[in-house]
Design a protein around this ligand. Sequence first.
Ligand SMILES: [Zn+2]
Length: 254
Amino acid sequence: MINVKQIPLLSDNYCYLLRDNETGAVAVIDPGDAKPVLNEAKRLGWQITDVILTHHHYDHVDGVAEIKAQTGATVTGPTKDTHRIEHLDKTVDGGDTLTFGSQTAKVFYVPGHTLGHIAYWFEKSGILFPGDSLFALGCGRLFEGTPEMMWQSLQQYLSLPKQTVVYCAHEYTLANAEFALTIDPTNKDLIQRVAEIRKLRSEGKPTVPSTLDEEFKTNPFLRPNDPQIREQLKMVSATDAEVFKEIRLRKDNF
Ligand SMILES: [Zn+2]
């Protein structure tokens, strides 16, 4: 099994320490800053052996150089970002398998937020690290890709087991929740989830991780085929990709 430690860093990022209990190998996913990660690993008595990256943005990679220098960790990132991520020792692409310690993860290619973006699914442990492709009640902004591309990417998550635990990379949930209510105002699961999110944030607690089941029921970016959402957007006969595009556009202007 894997132990997961969530580390808040920068203004609203989460990065993750993963310990493979069989071998003691420890991976850090998307360290946007080195110090909080090295401090937490030291506190836990965990030796970082691997750095795993989802995409090239500074708030996911800026800690890599120092962590690698201090620990000698092996750095793995997206094949398509080789030209713009430094310190990579290995690269993986969609369809590949990532290994650290005795653990393996399936790699999904999920372009849209960036063109090189990948995600990691540890099937046996039932955990997903989507980086900035999927958020609790949201999805990543489309800095480099198209809405059609992002919708293709997100559909890969729809076939995963619904009990999968989703460790996304930002605490954006409250703002996402306010937006989701404008798209899907009569969804009872959403209304209940938003109440829970407001309570957690008022107590300064994280809303991440969530489960795919919660996201399937309440995240408008995974629900463009929902009849009530289509009704709300007056897009009853549009394609899923068209509805997704409209939801993304409205979020950009929210
Ligand atoms: Zn990003």
